[in-house]
Design a protein. Structure first.
Length: 255
């Protein structure tokens, strides 16, 4: 096994909220290629692979010059898919960037690599919520952490609950920095990644549909780094127009 740290992007074509979203064209280019080009530009020092479950994804990526590993369709999470892919790649550590994160930055990727040295089984990132609407959105996952920066819990519900405010959420309370949005990026040492497949999905993971809860339910630690850099994940069709606006402003030639 190599000591190298690589990036593996788990990419499955099925999506309940947004069918075939990774092939959705944005300014004539599939979403997955926007993410691929961004990663290659922002973090060229890390070898880049895609773990896919569909020949159409493989073809799009392969034709654009990216390394692709075919994986089985039945994985319950992206981490399971990455574990299968790394059994072939044999990297010493893996950074997981989601295929629907076309605004990921090099600093975020480097932060994930750095956090792996903190002794946790896994690392991830979070960013402060900016709006009440996002905090209430179940597609925007929340994370609460302890004083050492380890994750205590992840949820689709708005946590923490503001008891003194009667549960009310207002912009001023959000601005105080109590509420963090989880970003769907992870890093793992290969040894933990190999063991992840042997961990049975727990009740919390199955209820919330959040793979990182499997790690907490089995008493492993997740280090959480904070970033103020903006990013956007595509969970539903209504997320496309805001992304198009950002891309057209940052990369005018893309239109």
């Amino acid at each position: 096994m190599s000591d190298a740290t690589v990036i593996i992007v788990p990419a499955r074509l099925a999506s309940q909220r947004f069918p075939e979203k990774l092939l959705h064209p944005i300014f004539g280019k599939p979403l997955i290629l926007w993410t691929a080009e961004r990663i290659r530009k922002e973090a060229p020092q890390f070898p880049l692979y895609f773990a896919v479950d569909d020949e159409r994804l493989k073809e799009v990526l392969h034709d654009a010059g990216y390394q692709v590993v075919m994986t089985r369709k039945g994985h319950p999470s992206g981490t399971d898919r990455i574990a299968e892919a790394n059994a072939e790649i044999q990297a010493g550590a893996v950074i997981n960037v989601q295929g629907d994160e076309p605004l990921v930055t090099g600093a975020q990727i480097r932060d994930l690599a750095r956090l792996l040295g903190s002794g946790a089984a896994m690392a991830t990132l979070a960013t402060p919520f900016k709006t009440v609407e996002d905090f209430r959105n179940p597609n925007q996952v929340k994370v609460v952490t302890g004083v050492t920066g380890r994750a205590l819990y992840f949820s689709r519900s708005p946590i923490p609950f503001y008891r003194d405010g009667g549960g009310a959420v207002d912009p001023e309370w959000i601005a105080q920095g109590h509420c963090y949005r989880h970003l769907g990026m992870y890093a793992y040492e290969a040894e933990f990644l190999r063991s992840f497949n042997s961990l049975a999905p727990g009740a919390l993971e199955q209820i919330e549909k959040l793979e990182q809860l499997r790690v907490l339910e089995h008493n492993h630690e997740i280090a959480v780094g904070l970033t103020d850099e903006p990013t956007i994940g595509i969970d539903a069709p209504e997320d496309i127009p805001p992304l198009e606006k950002i891309l057209s402003a940052r990369i005018p030639s893309s239109t």
